[in-house]
Design a protein around this ligand. Structure first.
Ligand SMILES: Nc1ncnc2c1ncn2[C@@H]1O[C@H](COP(=O)(O)OP(=O)(O)OP(=O)(O)O)[C@@H](O)[C@H]1O
Ligand SMILES: Nc1ccn([C@@H]2O[C@H](COP(=O)(O)O)[C@@H](O)[C@H]2O)c(=O)n1
Ligand SMILES: [Mg+2]
Length: 191
């Protein structure tokens, strides 16, 4: 049974940055749903490239069958990992129900790490990220934030009702954010 921590928060809240540090220090394997979709978009012979790019540019959510299979395949490549940081997933109700259908009995969901940060700061971070992402522009960011508010935040609230959300303020410098994240993992792994 794989241990899984979902990592959610607005676009640019620092999910990828913090996951890299957790991976480095705690041995969890970082799987970013967005990175896996971008890799699939670039894969020669993929039948999903155009569909994925259209969703990414529009800030909308790719059907779960595609994303969940990419996640499961990636997990199966690291069978001895301490656990997995599933970054940017589940992003909407379709993601959540598809994950339950495909993954129940195969994973133990430990908690949801929620990186909270004001949206104007998040947008500035994305605009200055400098990675050449096709969705780091004002038009796509407006749509991504809308998707986050209307579809992803309700998923965080759903996990909140199950007492599974651990919120960390990610407006602060990375080192300070990570200090609190580390405490969250320490508490979770003592149980
Ligand atoms: N705490 C922080 N303070 C300042 N800048 C940060 C912080 N965390 C991340 N950044 C910077 O903000 C940008 C976005 O960070 P990151 O890619 O980790 O966010 P993300 O949540 O994964 O975004 P997305 O949802 O778009 O993938 C990067 O340039 C990163 O270096
Ligand atoms: N569960 C997901 C995650 C991501 N996407 C698409 O990828 C875009 C970029 O995601 P990041 O986490 O890297 O910001 C996102 O806006 C979606 O279009 C998805 O469909 N499903
Ligand atoms: Mg990211």
């Amino acid at each position: 049974m794989f241990n899984v921590v979902f990592v959610l928060g607005p676009p640019g809240s620092g999910k990828g940055t913090i996951c890299s540090k957790i991976q480095e220090n705690l041995g969890y394997v970082h799987l970013s749903a967005g990175d896996l979709l971008r890799a699939e978009r670039e894969r020669a012979g993929s039948q999903f490239g155009a569909l994925i790019e259209s969703h990414i540019k529009n800030g909308s959510i790719v059907p779960v069958e595609i994303t969940c299979s990419l996640l499961e395949n990636a997990m199966n490549l690291h069978k001895t990992a301490n656990g997995f940081l599933v970054d940017g997933f589940p992003r909407n109700a379709d993601n959540l129900s598809g994950w339950s259908r495909q993954m129940s009995g195969k994973v133990h969901e430990q908690f949801v790490l929620f990186l909270s940060c004001p949206v104007d700061i998040c947008i500035n971070r994305c605009l200055n990220r400098g990675e050449g992402r096709t969705d780091d522009n004002v038009d796509s960011l407006k749509k991504r934030v809308e998707t986050y508010n209307n579809q992803t935040f309700p998923i965080i609230e759903h996990f909140g009702k199950l007492n599974m959300v651990r919120e960390v303020d990610s407006e602060r410098p990375v080192e300070e954010v990570y200090e609190d994240v580390d405490k969250v993992f320490e508490a979770a792994n003592q149980k």
